[in-house]
Structures are given as C-alpha cells and as structure tokens.
Design a protein around this ligand. Sequence first.
Ligand code: C2E
Ligand code: MG
Ligand code: MG
Length: 307
Amino acid sequence: GAAIFPRDGASRSELLQHADIAMYRAKDQGRNNYQHYADHMQSRLKLRMSMETQLRRALENEEFELFYQPQIAVATGRVTGAEALIRWRSPSLGMVSPAQFIPLAEETGLILPIGSWVIDRAMRDLATWLQLPGGSDCQVAINLSARQFSQPNLLEIVADGLQKNLLQGDKVELEITESLVMTNPQRAKELLASWRALGCHIAIDDFGTGYSSLAYLKSFPLDRLKIDRAFVLGLPDDVSDCAIARAVIALGHNLNMEILAEGVETQAQNDFLANAGCHVIQGYYYSKPLTADTLLAHVRSGQLKLA
Ligand code: C2E
Ligand code: MG
Ligand code: MG
C-alpha cells in the first residue's frame, strides 16, 4: 500500500494510515499487487467494517433466514427436494443477498457459525416436511463454502444435526464446488467418504465454472452434477451452450450421476434439458426460492406436488 506526500496526507500519521488503507485494498484484490491510496478506498473500507459489525450482530439477533428453491424431477414433474439459500434480513440494509455477504463472512471466519446455523435450520425444516403427505422422499440441499470445508469438526456438525432431528443421511445433500474439491483433494477424499458413510448425498455446484479433473470426478463419491446457470442461459439457441449442456449430461449418465440444471427460467430451456436427458430442474421456471412457510403453503394447496 502506497501513500505519497503531500497528495495523500499532510502528516506522517495520516500518510501511514492511508498507506495502510491502500494495503487492505491490495489484499482485497487477491494479494501480490500494490495499490496507491485514493479517497474512495476509505469509504469502501468503512462500508466493509460496518457490514462486518452488522454481520456479527445479525447472528445474535437471528436476522438470517433460509429460503428454499424447489427441485423438480423431469420424469414426474414433482418436487424431490429443495435447496436452502440463506438471506439476511437486516434492519438497516434490508434484504441482503448471499452474494453480498458470504464473501465477507468467509474472510472474517463468520461463515463458520453462520454455516452451522444453516445446517441446523435446514435439517429442522426438513424434519417438518418429511411429515407431510408424500413428503417422505424429500431431500434438502445445503451449500458449503471453502472455509467450512476445512473446518475440522464439520463432519460432527452434520452428524449431530442428523441425529438431533432423527433424520436419515440420505435426506440431506451437501453442495460443494469443484474448485473446493480440487484445492485439497486429500481432505476432500476423506470428508466425502465420511459423509457418504452417514448416507448423505453429495452434489457438485456450479459445475463447469471452476477447475476440475475428470480423474477426480470419477474417484469421488458424487451423486449429482449441477449444471451452472451460465450454460443454461443460452439454451436452446446458443450452439456452444447446447453442446456443453449435452456433454455434461452425457458425462453424468456415464459416471452414474444425476444431472440437475440450475437457473432454468423458460419452457424452451426446460424442454431442451428434458429432451437431452437431464434428470432434475431448478429455476424460476418452476419456482423462485420461497420462505419455508410459503413452500409449505404451496404444498398444502397442491400448487407444488411432492414426490
Ligand atoms: P448457488 O448455490 O449456485 O444457488 C443458486 C442461485 O441462483 C441462488 O442465488 C438462486 O436464487 C439463483 N437462482 C435460482 N434459479 C434462478 C433462475 O432461474 N434465474 C436466476 N437468475 N437465478 C436463479 P442466491 O440465493 O442469491 O445465492 C447465491 C449463492 O450464494 C449460491 O449460489 C451459493 O453459492 C451462495 N449461498 C446461498 N446460501 C448459502 C449458504 O447457506 N451457505 C453458503 N456457504 N453459501 C450460500
Ligand atoms: Mg448451491
Ligand atoms: Mg449453483
């Protein structure tokens, strides 16, 4: 971080302070670079710090909420599961999307208590749905982030949640990304095997957007590939998207994995994917993420049909 006299400060202490702010910015940009101080960095840093304080408070004040997006089986048109997606209902900021606060939660380590809360909450909600008529086959999908993945007691957190809510492991799907697996394949191998031993299903989220090795893909106990929305967007007109979607579906079929397409918004996308052999569809075409109560109400009214 660099600050230059007199442009960036009149005193030694001010210069140092501003160089420090520039250094934070450099770290923010992924380290291994340098930044010259600029006034706008200060407001960014302030915003970040205030968001961090509020994020800490959010946990204590129970401002987090889980929304659920239904996942529909192509073969039956019925809901076979739902993905838990966190929201932060902040009194001052309004509804904050995970894209805005998960990265900060990751950096500060707050993702660990937040992630444990998500696991606990999602399992509790799932226990309710399993009691519904036709609900006994429902599963809930939980997103895990990089920092959680390296958390030593993650396995216990999942196991305790299952036990506490009297759930069988196969009702829970854990979503990880390919990059997460590839950063530490050894850890991934052990952890995935332990989850599998609990009966949990494992899905690769955002498939195709990170780095992965097909050799690993073959050797890990994976149940499902989730085709990222980026490849669904151009269906059925974009030739490359069609080729990629078809290739991923074929890959999944051959490796005995289920294929789910994310971010399906139109009937044309849905039909293309169904015809290409995709097993499960998730996206606005069927439903946006819903509060747990709304999901229940839709099931009770018959608007959403459980498997
Ligand atoms: P993701 O796991 O890939 O989740 C899919 C995202 O796509 C969700 O955004 C969902 O609302 C959105 N989506 C679903 N269908 C459609 C569609 O048809 N069109 C469009 N445009 N978008 C669609 P959301 O809820 O904002 O979550 C963003 C990301 O934040 C998630 O991506 C996931 O990586 C992360 N995230 C969410 N909840 C959690 C959590 O509890 N823990 C962790 N670690 N990460 C989470
Ligand atoms: Mg996900
Ligand atoms: Mg995804």
